[in-house]
Design a protein around this ligand. Structure first.
Ligand code: BGC
Length: 364
């Protein structure tokens, strides 16, 4: 367990923002004051829980995991219907596929005018991974049904096209999503002490290696040869590809060169137009976290300085800065549509904590 504290105040500030955004149910709100983000996402929340464990706030992480455990118990009927469909060689019904986010009470969100692209798989894998890091392999019996449900769901669905990390391109499979699913199955194997989950995990990693590489680097997916900053996750934290692997190293270098803004922040991918497609605080911190874990102290320091220089009022961390857009006119378009950019965003704070602390254990 790595517990070196470089700057306690930064961690303390971020812990405060995260605790303010944790509901009594245990759910972490994605952002407390952005109209579209007042829900609990499995992806964001699982990274926040990892960070809270790294900050020694195991109580908060535990409350989140208990929330997901209860949510999954309520979803068991849908999971069984999805499994039945896949076993029979049918497409699972859209209404049976699990959503990426729930209300803070753990319910499904009400039908909105603007329906959310909710079918995303990665959060279920990331949750298993974060739970395993939290429990360190020792599963309390009450978690067993939810861990098993999540593992069965992932093993049955990983080949299905779904929306990606950025809630886009719902007709494709995505490398970063697949990495989260492989990591989740490996975590389930450890938690349940059942090796059978490793077969599906190995199939996913083999698919990533054979279908998700172009010109010597991992790419967004089999149909998209761009790099995406979320590909850092293959090594940090998921460790499904070792950071020393030459293809992984080439991917990191492509992210660092192609996705770096003039000021040194990291963008999601080239061509992104959401709020202009600026650099994101959490992605800059994420690359810095990877640099720290792989011994690139200068890279980690650069990332840290960039994030600190782009804090907003009250030492909050937003989703993205707005002054280095790839598509300048899209900043105003999105602001008119949904209001000012999310600030604070809880998983931006999570990534800063992980950069500061290094994580709860070494993954790659
Ligand atoms: C991001 C997602 C994130 C969600 C909530 C979206 O805009 O693309 O990755 O889970 O916001 O923070």
């Amino acid at each position: 367990m790595t517990t070196t504290t470089q700057t306690p105040d930064l961690v303390a500030d971020s812990v405060r923002v995260i605790l303010d955004g944790q509901a009594a149910s245990g759910a972490y709100v994605a952002s407390p004051n952005f109209s579209q983000y007042r829900f609990g996402w499995l992806r964001d929340g699982a990274f926040v829980a990892l960070a809270m464990d790294a900050a020694d706030r195991h109580d908060s992480a535990r409350a989140f995991h208990e929330w997901v455990r209860r949510v999954l118990e309520t979803q068991s009927g849908r999971i069984e219907r999805v499994l039945e469909a896949v076993t029979a060689g049918r497409e699972p019904a859209p209404e049976d596929r699990l959503p990426t986010r729930y209300t803070l009470d753990g319910a499904e969100e009400p039908e909105a005018d603007e329906a959310w692209p909710n079918f995303q798989l990665d959060g279920y894998g990331t949750w298993l991974f974060a739970l395993n890091a939290h429990l360190n392999g020792a599963l309390p019996p009450e978690f067993e049904p939810s861990v098993r449900s999540a593992a069965r769901y992932i093993a049955a669905t990983w080949r299905l096209p779904c929306y990606d990390y950025w809630e886009e391109f719902g007709d494709r499979v995505h490398t970063s999503t697949l990495a989260a699913l492989a990591a989740g199955l490996r975590s389930a194997a450890e938690l349940l002490a059942e090796n059978e989950w490793l077969d599906a995990a190995d199939d996913i990693v083999a698919f990533i290696r054979s279908e998700c590489v172009a010109d010597g680097s991992f790419v967004k997916g089999p149909e998209d040869a761009r790099v995406d900053a979320s590909l850092v996750s293959l090594a940090t934290p998921f460790g499904v590809i070792p950071s020393t692997d030459p293809v992984m190293a080439a991917t990191i270098e492509r992210i660092r060169t192609e996705l770096s803004s003039p000021s040194g922040g990291i963008r999601r991918y080239l061509g992104d137009s959401y709020f202009g497609g600026n650099p994101w605080l959490l992605l800059t911190a994420w690359l810095g976290w990877h640099d720290r874990l792989t011994g690139n102290a200068a890279g980690a320091q650069r990332a840290r300085e960039w994030v600190l220089a782009h804090r907003s009022e009250g030492n909050n961390l937003a989703e993205q800065i707005l002054d280095e857009p790839q598509v300048p006119e899209a900043v105003a378009e999105w602001t008119e549509r949904w209001g000012p950019v999310a600030d604070p965003l809880l998983w931006s704070h999570a990534k800063l904590i992980l950069l500061e602390r290094g994580g709860v254990r070494t993954w790659s």
